[in-house]
Write a protein that binds this ligand. Structure first.
Ligand SMILES: Nc1ncnc2c1ncn2[C@@H]1O[C@H](COP(=O)(O)OP(=O)(O)OP(=O)(O)O)[C@@H](O)[C@H]1O
Ligand SMILES: [Mg+2]
Length: 230
């Protein structure tokens, strides 16, 4: 099981947007996925309440219960847990960072946001976990995203290669508990999430699990077809 923590001290950076979009992308790839929502605002949990689909499982949680919940997820053969956190760098965010195999730090490519990522990066350093800045809500036109990426890399900061652009689909799709991929699989936003998810698969070496589940599904499908005499 892999655990991804999404943290950033800055509010509105895109933590919940990234958490739910990645979770659905993982489910669509047959990875058994859970989102642990550590934010008292409970945005991810409210999103799940509006969903018709029961997957991914979203659990509103407190940091004190994190290790227990992760154990339960592992017992239930989860492949991926995504931890969404509150906009601060407190002990809950540190607990999320410590529990993670990889930390994603969404950040808008604007001066105030970029200047504020130091505190979040410090948290990742304290947790001693690999952390990557994910540029989010990048203006679709112009070079702002590219320039921010170069500046971060020059500063020795790991940056996720695919960026997410500012696209209305990201905010629109979540209104009724869906994601951009579910709302319109052919949209630019859906495509960007697939690219981000593939980056994560490669980074976290989750391909093995994916194959395991695809094979398990094929066996189940064959059994089901036999049962109905197909
Ligand atoms: N790439 C994007 N394109 C368009 N809108 C976006 C994008 N990313 C996030 N948003 C919108 O920006 C707002 C903040 O995003 P989100 O709630 O995901 O941030 P957050 O970091 O979880 O916020 P908080 O710190 O309050 O938990 C939301 O209205 C969301 O729909
Ligand atoms: Mg949030």
């Amino acid at each position: 099981m892999k655990t991804i923590a999404i943290i950033s001290q800055k509010g509105g950076a895109g933590k919940t947007t990234v958490a739910v979009h990645l979770a659905v992308a993982a489910e669509l790839h047959n990875l058994k996925t859970a989102v642990f929502d550590l934010d008292p605002q409970a945005s991810a949990a409210s999103w799940a309440d509006k969903r018709k689909n029961t997957e991914p499982v979203v659990i509103s949680a407190q940091a004190a219960r994190l290790s227990n919940l992760l154990e339960q997820a592992a017992t239930q053969s989860a492949d991926l847990v995504i931890i969404d956190s509150a906009p601060n760098a407190d002990s809950a965010s540190l607990a999320a960072a410590r529990a993670a195999d990889l930390i994603l730090i969404p950040c808008r490519p604007a001066a105030f946001d970029l200047n504020a990522i130091g505190t979040t990066l410090n948290l990742a350093t304290v947790a001693n976990k690999p952390a990557y800045v994910l540029l989010n809500a990048v203006p679709p036109h112009g070079r702002i995203g590219e320039e921010a990426k170069i500046a971060l890399k020059d500063g020795g900061i790991n940056v996720v290669d695919p960026v997410l652009h500012y696209l209305v689909a990201f905010s629109h799709a979540v209104n009724d508990g869906r994601t951009a991929q579910e709302y319109d699989p052919k949209s630019k936003a859906a495509n960007e999430i697939v690219n981000l998810f593939h980056w994560l698969l490669k980074e976290e070496n989750m391909q093995t699990n994916m194959k395991k589940y695809t094979q398990a599904n094929m066996i189940l499908n064959t059994k089901a077809r036999k049962l109905v005499g197909d």
